[in-house]
Design a protein around this ligand. Structure first.
Ligand code: ATP
Length: 237
């Protein structure tokens, strides 16, 4: 199993508060890796540091052996590490189609962009049906689909997601997890931050548990699901 991304001793602070305290984490090519933990454990902060939106105080983020931790966010996107926009920050006054086109703005391979658009429409048929409508008229779950679709249009090699199921109705949560599995089957590497620990570990080959800015457990998704500490702390006993 080859590694695509490796994080070493990553530490991120807000002023004097160290939110992420030197974590090590590796993503295997083609796998879903789940990063789970309670509110405030440092999950979002870790993702923002990988995307370059927060600069780490120390540590490395190696993509295929190259340290990307000092690059600006747009260069990190160009290298293929793409975070699904937080809080579904889609542009509500643009159409669904325009939002998807924006995801591909850094790309010059126009023929492939067209094929990727068709793929996104296959994954999320509702986006095709609503392509000409305002993104702001989509439901919360549909907006989350659009946010994922827009990230896919950037042709990621590693897709980062921060709680894609947050605030969604149970059926929509199922749909999002189903699509993530389908996206992963095409070979795309995914780092998934979730508070929905059970669902995340079910679809993830590997998982890491973050507590107070430190990794306290790392194992396969299946082993973590059966780990008594995980069961007690995150799966309701
Ligand atoms: P959540 O699921 O609640 O987002 P999380 O695991 O993603 O939790 P982070 O959002 O990364 O956790 O927060 C980690 C720590 O950093 C928390 O103690 C939080 O209060 C603190 N923190 C987060 N953002 C800021 C900020 N902008 N300024 C100061 N402290 C922050």
């Amino acid at each position: 199993m080859s590694e695509i991304l490796r994080i070493t001793d990553l530490a991120v602070s807000y002023g004097h508060i160290e939110a992420v305290k030197g974590i090590d984490l590796a993503l295997n090519q083609g796998e879903i890796t789940a990063l789970v933990g309670a509110n405030g454990a440092g999950k979002s902060t870790s993702l923002l540091a990988i995307s370059g939106l927060l600069k780490p105080v120390r540590g490395q983020v190696m993509l295929d052996g190259e340290d990307i931790s000092k690059l600006p966010p747009h260069r990190i996107v160009q290298k293929g590490v793409v975070q699904v926009a937080e809080g579904r920050a889609i542009l509500t006054t643009l159409s669904v189609r325009e939002n998807l086109d924006l995801g591909a703005y850094v790309r010059s391979d126009k023929a492939q962009v067209e094929r990727d658009l068709e793929w996104v429409f296959t994954l999320f048929p509702v986006l095709k049906n609503r392509a000409a409508g305002f993104a702001g008229n989509l439901s919360g779950g549909e907006q989350q689909m659009l946010a994922i679709g827009r990230a896919l249009m950037a042709k990621p090699r590693v897709l980062l997601l921060d709680e894609p199921s947050m605030g969604l109705a149970p059926l929509m949560v199922q749909e999002i997890f189903r699509v993530l599995t389908e996206i992963n089957r095409t070979g795309l590497t995914i780092l998934l931050v979730e508070q929905n620990v059970r669902q995340a570990l079910r679809i993830a080959q590997r998982g890491y548990v973050l507590e107070n800015g430190k990794i306290v457990l790392a194992d396969t998704g299946a082993n973590l699901l059966g780990n008594p500490k995980v069961v007690e702390a995150y799966l309701g006993g």
